[in-house]
Design a protein. Structure first.
Length: 298
C-alpha cells in the first residue's frame, strides 16, 4: 500500500483496556501511540474521548481518512458500533458520525479480526493472495475473510466469527484461544509459552492438545469458505512451533484431499498489524467504490 506524498491515514485499534493508534505516511507506519481506557467506566463518551485524544496526537491536514478496528459488531454503512466485547457501556454508539464531525475526514469502522485480515492483505503474508482467512488467536478467536482481494461484504459484520461455532461441549473459541489454557491447565497462554521454551512437559502437552483442536477449527473453516490460505495471528500464534505439528496431524484427515494440495496455514509476523489493517479500511472502501462504479458504467 502506497499513498501519495501529500496523504496520510490513521488506524486505530480499540482493545478492552487500551486504545492504540498509528499513522501511515507513504508506505511507512510511524510511531504508535497508546492510552488506557478508564476502568469501570459506564459513560460511552469516556472511551470516545480517549479515541479522539490518541487520534489528535497524529492528526493534521494531510490525513485523508481514519479507520477503526472494533472488537464487536459494527454497522459499516452507518458507522454505528452495536456491541463491544469487554466494554459493556458501548451499545449502539454512533462513533463514525461523532469522529467525522470532529475531524472532518471520512471514518470507517470494522470488526478487529476483519482489520487483521485486511492488514495482512496489504502489509503481511496475504499481500499476493486474493483468497484467504485471517485468524486471530488471543484471549478469544476471531476471523476475517478476504475473497477476490476484498474484505467480504456481509450483512452485520459477523462473517468469520468461527470461534462461536459449536464444538464438543462448547464452542471453538473455548478450545482455540487463551481460554483453553486457563480452563484446562490453569495457566495463561504466555506462562505456558515460557514454560514450553524451557522444555516443560505439561506445557508441551497443552500446546499439542491445543493444536489438535485448532486443526479441527481450520477444517471447519476450509469446509465453510474454502480459502487457499489461513493466516494465523494473535498472541497464541507466537507459540506456533509447539502446536504446528499436531495441528497438521489433525488437518490431515480432511475429507477432500484434492482441495488441500495447495492449501497453507502460515503465521503472521507483522508488528502492529491491527493498526495497519484499520488504516487500510480507507483504501479498501475506496477500491470497492471504484469497482462498483466501473460495473455500473458497463
Amino acid at each position: 500500500m502506497v499513498l501519495s506524498n501529500n496523504g496520510a491515514l490513521i488506524g486505530v485499534d480499540l482493545g478492552g483496556t487500551k486504545v492504540a493508534a498509528g499513522r501511515i505516511d507513504g508506505a511507512e507506519l510511524g510511531e504508535v501511540v497508546y492510552k488506557l481506557i478508564p476502568a469501570n467506566s459506564n459513560d460511552p463518551r469516556d472511551i470516545i474521548n480517549v479515541i479522539i485524544e490518541v487520534i489528535d496526537k497524529l492528526f493534521d491536514e494531510q490525513v485523508l481518512g481514519i479507520g477503526i478496528g472494533i472488537p464487536g459488531l459494527v454497522d459499516r454503512d452507518e458507522g454505528v458500533v452495536n456491541d463491544v466485547q469487554n466494554i459493556p457501556s458501548w451499545k449502539e454508539v454512533h462513533l463514525g458520525n461523532i469522529l467525522e464531525t470532529h475531524f472532518k475526514v471520512p471514518v470507517y469502522l470494522d470488526n478487529d479480526a476483519n482489520c487483521f485480515a485486511l492488514g495482512e492483505s496489504r502489509f503481511g503474508k496475504g499481500k499476493n493472495e486474493d483468497d484467504f482467512v485471517g485468524l486471530t488467536l488471543g484471549t478469544g478467536m476471531g476471523g476475517g475473510i478476504i475473497k477476490s482481494g476484498f474484505l467480504i461484504s456481509d450483512a452485520h459484520c459477523g462473517s468469520g466469527e468461527f470461534g462461536n461455532i459449536p464444538y464438543l461441549d462448547s464452542i471453538y473459541e473455548d478450545y482455540c484461544s487463551g481460554k483453553f489454557f486457563i480452563a484446562k491447565y490453569g495457566f495463561k497462554g504466555e506462562e505456558l509459552t515460557e514454560a514450553a521454551f524451557r522444555g516443560d512437559k505439561l506445557a508441551l502437552k497443552a500446546f499439542e492438545e491445543f493444536g489438535m483442536h485448532l486443526g479441527n477449527a481450520i477444517k471447519t473453516i476450509k469446509l465453510a469458505v474454502d480459502p487457499r490460505k489461513v493466516i494465523v495471528g494473535g498472541s497464541v500464534a507466537q507459540a506456533s512451533k509447539f502446536f504446528v505439528d499436531s495441528m497438521w496431524k489433525s488437518i490431515s484427515d480432511f475429507p477432500f484431499p484434492r482441495a488441500m494440495r495447495d492449501f497453507e496455514v502460515i503465521f503472521s509476523d507483522v508488528k502492529n498489524i491491527a493498526v495497519l489493517g484499520a488504516a487500510s479500511l480507507y483504501l479498501d472502501r475506496k477500491k470497492q467504490r471504484a469497482v462498483e462504479s466501473a460495473l455500473s458504467e458497463n
